[in-house]
Design a protein around this ligand. Structure first.
Ligand SMILES: Nc1ncnc2c1ncn2[C@@H]1O[C@H](COP(=O)(O)OP(=O)(O)OP(=O)(O)O)[C@@H](O)[C@H]1O
Length: 250
């Protein structure tokens, strides 16, 4: 369980997050949605410690991560898997080396155990046998899947994913969503996804946090979102004629 309490974050005069409160539960997929520049990635980065909020707390199972120093954070960091927006693979490393990287940093596994784990993770993302390829040899969807394989290499308790579907065709985007869903079930991890993808919102959003003007404007499930009368949320989620028509059918 991750609790975010009264998070404020500014960049100079730009007060991006203005007191965000939210709870992210284990075994569920939580989505952070909102317009471009609304602060979604900033919130995610505050949660994983890449940004320091000026005010507020991020609690991991009740422990205040924001107040911890580098050393004290290590046990929690080991439990965090993260897929960055552009997959952020190391170009000079093979697929296998990319996946093993967190294990080299944080585990005391033997060489063979690491390779076994990399093979298992590659199977999970349907890329068995692609160990020796380099990122430049992969499609966008394959890169995302290698990024996910790396994110799960340490069997995470917390999985953070920034824009998993960006740049993917609709079919591959759905496969990635299904994979995130399966992994959340398998590891019973607290999964937090930043997304613009309305298919994901309707398909996998157990909990949805809508940011607007730096605030939590709405929260609820994908079942509830179709019936909300919050104008800003409706304008955002059901902006396209297709989504508007789909809403009528819910
Ligand atoms: N490192 C930074 N330095 C200065 N300003 C930043 C930094 N990171 C983000 N911002 C600003 O914070 C605001 C929110 O950015 P953020 O990336 O969190 O938005 P977002 O909702 O994820 O947007 P998008 O959907 O376009 O990715 C923007 O105005 C952005 O310019």
């Amino acid at each position: 369980m991750i609790e975010v309490q009264n998070i404020h974050k500014s960049f100079g005069d730009n007060h991006v997050l203005r007191g965000i409160d939210a709870n992210f539960e284990p075994g569920k997929i939580s989505l952070i949605i909102g317009g471009s520049g609304s602060g979604k990635s900033t919130l995610l980065k505050c949660m994983v410690g890449l940004h320091a909020p000026e005010q507020g707390k991020v609690l991991y199972n009740g422990e205040d991560f924001t107040r911890m120093d580098f050393e004290t954070r290590i046990p929690i960091r080991k439990e965090i898997g993260m897929l960055f927006q552009n997959s952020a693979l190391f170009d000079s490393m093979t697929v296998e080396q990319n996946i093993i990287f967190p294990l080299e940093m944080f585990s005391d596994m033997s060489r063979n155990e690491k390779i076994d784990r990399a093979n298992y993770c590659l199977e999970r993302v349907n890329l068995a046998g692609r160990n020796k390829l380099y990122p430049a040899e992969l499609s966008g969807g394959m890169k995302k899947r290698v990024g996910i394989a790396r994110a799960i290499s340490m069997s995470p308790k917390y999985l953070f994913v920034d824009e998993p579907n960006s740049g993917l065709d609709p079919e591959t985007a759905i496969l990635i969503d299904e994979l995130i869903s399966e992994l959340t079930d398998e590891y019973q991890c607290t999964t937090v996804v930043v997304t613009h993808d309305m298919n994901s919102v309707m398909g996998i959003g157990d909990y949805i946090l809508f940011l607007y003007k730096g605030q939590k404007w709405w929260e609820g499930s994908n079942k509830e979102i179709a019936h909300t009368d919050v104008e800003e949320l409706n304008n955002f989620v059901f902006a396209s004629p297709f989504m508007k028509a789909a809403k009528e059918r819910f």
